[in-house]
Design a binder for this molecule. Structure first.
Ligand code: NAD
Ligand code: ZN
Length: 377
């Protein structure tokens, strides 16, 4: 069929060409089913229903990706609970760390082919024409479309993604391993850039035993920094050390975090990457960061704020900066670190249908590393 369309294309008037191109793409993807498995919720905090839903059709600018694996990020839990001051789409298919294979695409897509490996990221798409997009700050775009939040995400077997923003994953990559890089990896890599520190300097990772933190330790190492990992419990401590943290501080066993952190690092870490979901931990980091250092806020506890005393901020000349995922260049670079073998995802495998149990474990802070779900189970 494809060959016969291709043969006849050369004899057609020019206007028909796009139609036939889209037909070639359509026929290439003939094995796509009409229905698929997904986890859907209809109200924030309501039942997470594992059920059959129609396979979405890609719009003109979109890829259709057969998601093989998806990481489960704490953001997915926030989206389900609806605890941020930003409404989710409802009903919603969550998920934004989806790694899979391109099986279809709209007629305006350029530079992708069927069979390419592609990733569904948090930033599904943006306007690409505002001041923020123009300067590579697409995640700050007013029209940012967010996977698993305003756009059905990767907790389904087939997901759509804007072809400009979809992550390019090199052929032959282990799709389960790369999944957490698509949000957690990109986010912590960008946060470490935001910290603006030099090789050899101390960086504290607060929340180091979780999904973002376990990757942050490794990116910090690969970038030449000295990571101090902070989290709670022995299991997370063992993971942090195995991933290369020079020191582990257990916040559940430390009375005075500010004093301890200053002692360990000889005056405070040069930067702190806050990936915990704890307001108290974020507040402490403003107090123990080294003079002239940077506190990077990444974790998003609901309704939280941190106080930076004007006198201390001025006299210590510290910076408190927010960091929000990363742009296309950050994504490509974060994936390159992974492809070079510098980053290993500490993953636990589960089936998509097990998502409610995973959220319960996440809520209790019990997950060591990252869960990755197989969308076919
Ligand atoms: P996670 O649940 O896997 O990890 C959080 C970790 O913080 C856990 O290991 C927990 O034990 C630890 N923790 C809890 N209290 C702590 C304390 N007082 N001190 C130190 N550690 C503590 O979550 P995750 O998937 O890594 O996500 C973390 C946060 O980052 C979430 O709020 C998520 O929404 C947010 N996030 C932000 C961005 C962004 O672009 N800014 C991107 C992705 C995720
Ligand atoms: Zn995420």
């Amino acid at each position: 069929m494809i060959t016969s369309i291709r043969r006849s294309v050369s004899r057609l008037p020019r206007g028909s060409l796009n139609y036939y191109r889209s037909q070639i793409k359509f026929y290439s993807a003939a094995a796509i089913p009409e229905f698929q498995k997904a986890v859907v919720f209809e109200t924030n905090g309501g039942p997470l229903i594992y059920k059959d839903i129609p396979v979405p059709k890609p719009r003109a600018n979109e890829l259709l990706i057969n998601v093989k694996y998806s990481g489960v990020c704490h953001t997915d839990l926030h989206a389900w609970k609806g605890d941020w001051p930003l409404a989710t789409k409802l009903p919603l298919v969550g998920g934004h760390e989806g790694a899979g294979i391109v099986v279809g695409m709209g007629e305006n897509v350029k530079g992708w082919k069927i069979g390419d490996y592609a990733g569904v990221k948090w930033l599904n798409g943006s306007c690409m024409s505002c001041e923020f997009c123009e300067e590579g700050n697409e995640s700050n775009c007013d029209h940012a479309d967010l996977s698993g939040y305003t756009h059905d995400g990767s907790f389904q077997e087939y997901a759509t993604a804007d072809s400009v923003q979809a992550a390019r994953i090199p052929p032959g990559t282990d799709l389960a391993q790369v999944a957490p890089i698509l949000c957690a990896g990109i986010t912590v890599y960008k946060a470490l850039k935001t910290a603006n520190i030099r090789a050899g300097q101390w960086v504290a990772i607060s929340g180091a035993g979780g999904g973002l933190g376990s990757l942050a330790i490794q990116y910090a190492k690969a970038m030449g920094f000295k990571p101090v990992a902070i989290d709670g419990g022995d299991a997370k401590g063992e993971l942090c050390k195995s991933l290369g943290a020079d020191i582990y501080v257990d916040f559940t066993k430390t009375d005075d975090m500010v004093k301890t952190m200053k002692e360990i690092t000889g005056g405070g870490p040069h930067a702190v990457i806050n990936v915990s979901v704890s307001t108290a931990a974020m507040q402490q980091s403003v107090d123990y960061v080294r003079p002239t250092g940077t506190v990077v806020l990444v974790g998003l506890p609901a309704h939280a704020s941190v106080e930076s005393k004007v006198f201390d901020s001025v006299v210590k000349s510290i910076k408190v900066a927010g960091s929000y995922v990363g742009n296309r260049a950050d994504s490509r670079e974060a994936i390159e670190f992974f492809s070079r073998g510098l980053i290993k995802s500490p993953i636990k495998m589960a089936g998509l249908s097990e998502l409610p149990r995973i959220y319960e474990e996440m809520e209790r802070g019990e997950i060591v590393g990252r869960y990755v779900v197989d969308t076919s189970k």
